[in-house]
Design a protein around this ligand. Structure first.
Ligand code: IMP
Length: 204
């Protein structure tokens, strides 16, 4: 069975291929459909963005489609940057610029009030219009200064609960094991195991 991931991000495609590797699924991506055009992420929630991308790709390809949206929510900022995480300091802002803006906004917030969480929402849209979303969260705290060079995005300022290192100070495999994305992908996988079994039964 083929499923299209609505992404061109090589790391995301490889991660999903690794985790779903033991299922009888051929994972395609937007690289297999170069003429689909850009999908604008203009929703106000992670779910809206993920569903919008998956619906579009399902409609254009006629195949089951997957899409994700993720970001950082800071309690003291009322959930910001949230869906605007990638472009918090401006449309084409770098990770460093986004972190700088975040730390500046949080400069008065003491250590015990710096709770935050990473959120990942994955949407699966099937050709029969069936839709399902899977969520992953990882709770933690925002540091006063960036620390570490690994990972991407807000990793240098996020310490997950139960740890003292930031995501950017941890080995990548350790982050991948506990991340919001991993939790959402594991839920997706459980669903796909059932789905591929049903699919095979229907074919036989
Ligand atoms: P995307 O929608 O998955 O591409 O992620 C949107 C933005 O959220 C990224 O550009 C990052 O700024 C932030 N983000 C999402 N996941 C992570 C993570 O695991 N570490 C650090 N930043 C992240």
């Amino acid at each position: 069975m083929q499923i299209v991931l609505a992404s061109k991000n090589k790391k995301k495609i490889q991660e999903l291929k690794r985790i779903l590797g033991d299922l009888s699924i051929e994972l395609l991506s937007l690289d297999n459909f170069p003429n689909l055009g850009e999908i604008v992420e203009d929703g106000y929630t992670f779910e809206e963005n993920a569903l919008k991308k998956a619906r579009y790709v399902k409609q254009k390809t006629g195949l089951p489609a997957l899409a994700d949206d993720s970001g950082l929510e800071v309690e003291a900022l009322g959930g910001r940057p949230g869906v605007f995480s990638a472009r918090y300091a401006g449309e084409h802002a770098s990770d460093e610029e986004n972190i700088k803006k975040l730390l500046m906004e949080m400069r008065e917030i003491p250590e015990d009030k710096r709770q935050a969480r990473f959120v990942c929402c994955i949407a699966l849209v099937l050709p029969n219009e069936e839709e399902k979303v899977f969520w992953g969260y990882v709770n933690g705290k925002i540091t006063m200064e960036p620390r570490g060079n690994s990972g991407f995005g807000y990793d240098p300022v996020f310490v997950p609960e139960g740890y003292t290192l930031t995501f950017a100070e941890m080995p990548l495999e350790e982050k991948d094991r506990i991340s919001h994305r991993r939790i959402a992908i594991d839920k997706l996988k459980q669903h796909l195991v059932k789905f591929t079994q049903l699919y095979k039964q229907n074919l036989s």
